[in-house]
Ligand binder design. Structure first.
Ligand SMILES: Cc1cc2nc3c(=O)[nH]c(=O)nc-3n(C[C@H](O)[C@H](O)[C@H](O)COP(=O)(O)OP(=O)(O)OC[C@H]3O[C@@H](n4cnc5c(N)ncnc54)[C@H](O)[C@@H]3O)c2cc1C
Length: 398
C-alpha cells in the first residue's frame, strides 16, 4: 500500500483546506449562523455551496461526467478529512451523510434512467435525499433480518406498508430509498425502492429529538400506508435489498470515518493552541508531561483510525467489499473522535465547555458515532466472525 497522493489530488486537498479555513470556519463562532438543527443556516449554506461549485470543489466523490472529480476512496479520505475539520464542512461540498452514501450507491447500481432521474439532481444539489432502513417497535435495527415493513407486488407496482425511524434528513429530502420485505427468504427477503417526497401513501409522523446537532431535516419517523412504487423504481432487483444495503453502507461508513477523523484533528488543534498559550503555576500547559500524554495519546488514536481507514479505502479501490477492514475502521474512528473531543475539552478547561469553541458541539455530536451505521458491538462481532473463519489468514499480507 502506497498512500502517496497524486499531485492533482494533493492540490485539491489543499484547496479544500483553504476554503474550509477562509470561508467556513469563521461562521462557526456566531450563533446566528446556525439553524434549528444546530447546523449551518440554509441561506448561508446555499451561498457557500455556490462558491464551492465555482471553485471546482463540489461532489468530488462523483465521476467527472456527473460534475465531480472522480476520486478513488483513498483519495477521498485525504479530502474528506479536510472538510471534516469544520462542523459545517461536509454539507457545503455535498459530501455529507446521507446524500453522500445515497449518491455513491446510485452511481454504482442505478440504471441509466435511475441515475438521470434520481441521482443527478442530488449530485447537482437541487434536491436532498434520505435512506430508510431502521424501524421502531422491535423491527430492523442492528439486525436487518428483523424487518417488518413489507412491499407487496400488485401487477407492475409494489405497495409498501410499515414504519421507519431515525431517518436522517427526511424532513427536507425529496428523494428517498426505502428497504422493505418482499419475502421471508433469509438472504433474498429484502428489496430497496426509490420514491419521491410528494407521492401519496406515506407521511412523517414526528421528528425524533436527539442529543446533539443534526443534519438538515433532522431524524424522522415515517409511516407507510399504501405507498405505491412502480417496479422500475426498484434498485438492483427484487430480493437484492440486503446486497444493496451492503453496497451502500460499506463506503458510507468509511466516509463517516474520514469526516470524523478530520473533526478529531480539529479538536486536537484547538486543544494544542490552548495548551501552547495557557500557563499555570509558572509552567505552560504544553510543557506539562501530563498534558503531553493526553495530546500524544489522542494523536495516536487518530493516526490508528487514519491507517485503518486508508487500508479499508485501498481495499475498496481494489474491488473488495473490505467488510472487516471497514468495521475495524468504524469502531476505531468513532472511539478516536469521542475520546479526542473529550480530551480537548479537558485541556481547554471551562472554555472547552463553553460555546466559544466548537468543542461542545462536537462532544454532543460525537456520541452518535458509536451507533450510526452499525453499533460498535456489531462491528466487533463482524470482525470476530472473520477472525474465526479465516484463522491465521485474517492477518495475511496484501
Ligand atoms: C443520529 C442517528 C442517525 C441515524 N440515521 C439513520 C438513517 O438515516 N437511516 C436509517 O435507516 N437508520 C438510521 N439510524 C439508525 C441506526 O442505523 C441504528 O440506530 C443502528 O443500526 C442500531 O440499531 P438500533 O438503534 O435499532 O439498535 P439495536 O439493534 O436495538 O441495538 C441496541 C444495542 O444493542 C447492542 N447490540 C446489538 N446487536 C448486538 C450484537 N450482535 N452484539 C453485541 N451487542 C449488540 C449494541 O450495543 C446496540 O447499540 C440513525 C441512528 C442515529 C443515532
Amino acid at each position: 500500500m502506497d498512500f502517496t497522493l497524486p499531485p492533482k489530488v494533493d492540490a485539491l486537498r489543499k484547496d479544500i483546506r483553504t476554503f474550509v479555513a477562509e470561508e467556513i470556519m469563521p461562521l462557526e463562532c456566531e450563533r446566528a449562523n446556525y439553524d434549528d438543527h444546530e447546523n449551518i443556516r440554509p441561506d448561508l449554506l446555499e451561498e457557500l455551496r455556490g462558491k464551492a461549485k465555482a471553485a471546482g470543489l463540489w461532489a468530488i466523490q462523483m465521476p467527472e461526467a456527473r460534475g465531480g472529480r472522480g476520486l478513488s476512496m483513498a483519495e477521498m479520505a485525504a479530502c474528506y478529512e479536510e472538510m471534516g475539520r469544520s462542523i459545517f464542512g461536509p454539507v457545503v461540498f455535498n459530501s455529507a451523510a446521507p446524500d453522500d452514501g445515497n449518491m455513491m450507491v446510485l452511481n454504482k447500481v442505478g440504471t441509466e434512467a435511475q441515475q438521470r432521474d434520481w441521482l443527478q439532481p442530488i449530485v447537482e444539489g437541487r434536491v436532498r435525499s434520505a435512506f430508510a432502513m431502521t424501524e421502531p417497535d422491535g423491527g430492523a435495527g442492528s439486525d436487518p433480518g428483523m424487518m417488518r415493513t413489507r412491499a407487496e407486488r400488485k401487477g407492475d407496482r409494489y405497495v409498501i406498508e410499515g414504519r421507519k425511524w431515525f431517518i436522517t434528513g427526511a424532513g427536507v429530502a425529496e428523494h428517498f430509498i426505502v428497504v422493505a420485505r418482499t419475502s421471508d427468504d433469509v438472504r433474498k427477503g429484502l428489496t430497496a425502492f426509490l420514491f419521491y417526497r410528494d407521492q401519496p401513501g406515506w407521511e412523517i409522523v414526528r421528528k425524533v429529538p436527539i442529543m446533539g446537532p443534526e443534519e438538515h431535516g433532522g431524524h424522522c419517523e415515517l409511516v407507510f400506508d399504501g405507498l405505491e412504487v412502480p417496479a422500475e423504481n426498484m434498485l438492483i432487483g427484487e430480493g437484492e435489498g440486503l446486497k444493496l444495503t451492503q453496497i451502500r453502507l460499506g463506503p458510507a461508513r468509511l466516509t463517516h470515518c474520514m469526516r470524523w477523523l478530520g473533526m478529531a484533528k480539529r479538536a486536537l488543534e484547538i486543544a494544542g493552541d490552548y495548551a501552547r498559550e495557557r500557563s499555570g503555576f509558572g509552567v505552560k500547559l504544553a510543557d506539562r508531561e501530563s498534558i503531553q500524554l493526553l495530546l500524544g495519546t489522542a494523536a495516536m488514536q487518530i493516526e490508528i483510525g487514519r491507517l485503518l481507514t486508508m487500508k479499508a479505502a485501498w481495499k475498496l479501490d481494489t474491488g473488495d467489499f473490505a467488510r472487516k477492514e471497514i468495521s475495524m475502521a468504524k469502531v476505531q474512528a468513532a472511539d478516536a473522535l469521542q475520546t479526542t473531543v473529550d480530551t480537548a475539552i479537558q485541556i481547554c478547561g471551562a472554555k472547552g465547555y463553553s460555546q466559544d469553541t466548537p468543542l461542545e458541539w462536537m462532544y454532543r455530536y460525537a456520541r452518535q458515532a458509536r451507533l450510526v451505521d452499525g453499533a460498535s458491538e456489531v462491528h466487533r462481532m463482524v470482525v470476530s466472525r472473520f477472525l474465526m473463519q479465516e484463522g491465521l489468514d485474517y492477518w495475511s499480507w496484501p
